[in-house]
Design a protein around this ligand. Sequence first.
Ligand SMILES: C[S@@+](CC[C@H](N)C(=O)[O-])C[C@H]1O[C@@H](n2cnc3c(N)ncnc32)[C@H](O)[C@@H]1O
Length: 327
Amino acid sequence: MNAQVAPGGQSFAGVFTPVNRFSKDTRDRIGRVAAQHRGEFVDFGEISPERLAQFHSQYAPRLGHLHLLRKAYQELGHHNAVERYEFEYGTSAWENLLLAVLSVSDGRANRAELEAAFREPNYGFWCPLEDRRMFEQIVGPLALSEGRVVDVGCGFGALLFRIKEMLGLEPAVLFGLDISAPAIQLLNGKGVEGKAETLSQAHSQGFLGPRVARLVCLSYFVDRDDNQRGTFEAAAAITMPRGKIVVDGLFPVKPEDSLGTRYDGDSSRSITRGESAEDDIARIVQFMATLGCALERICTGERLVWSMDGFELLSSTYLVFKRGYLN
Ligand SMILES: C[S@@+](CC[C@H](N)C(=O)[O-])C[C@H]1O[C@@H](n2cnc3c(N)ncnc32)[C@H](O)[C@@H]1O
């Protein structure tokens, strides 16, 4: 696929940047972690060219605007997580964002065009859970027909809505959490309950009580979570016995992005160490076992992201746990 040239005259190299495409060897080592913990291993391999083309055609018309946003973010020197999410999901400081983008646009875009372009979130993704066949292979049968479906790091709810469609659920069953307030406003606007909190805050404040969820998705933010320990503990606490917890992540876990934004906090709250994919995965599996959550399956595949980092092709590993009756 050819690089797309944005209005600013630059391009995102190759359109899809393969950020950490796993080798067969890495996938084999992850498979061995699954076997050591008596879990099944499913390897979806590389993403299909059809999927790449479909994702590209969905987001390519907005590539130029994404470029402007990235430039504005860099020039403003905004390098913290909260501001990054505001840029991605829209913001309460909308006027400032717009002015920043206008100031780097070299007069090529006018205010009305930019306002229209940024009204939609500046973040999009495709992940294997969105595909019905892959969803069934990853999550497996759900033993429970009651309880909430919770997505943590849900953004504006794209995955929640897809799960609702696939499982034929009522909107009242869904619950989304994301630390980005604008993302949760978008979610609430679509009639779904959600809070701009971390999972451990939502649990300790009583928004999600003990054993209320049949399925908890910790969706692709393990590298941005400064309290993995608290997140996993709360996930185990809110899940019903026989319910499932699906941790989808980018491994090995590096708490930073290509724009220099760092996401790490107190290292005593981290479970992962970032040494290798299989080591981080094994650490999470061991920790979850102490919380009464047994590994059922590990799946490796690839996903796509469209964000200020550009178009990215990333490995995606799913760790699927079943909550036992103990703890
Ligand atoms: C890389 S994006 C992933 C979004 C989407 N779930 C996906 O699969 O592409 C990370 C998301 O997690 C959110 N987030 C980061 N840290 C979080 C935390 N501790 N608790 C809840 N959400 C968090 C961010 O606001 C952002 O929406």
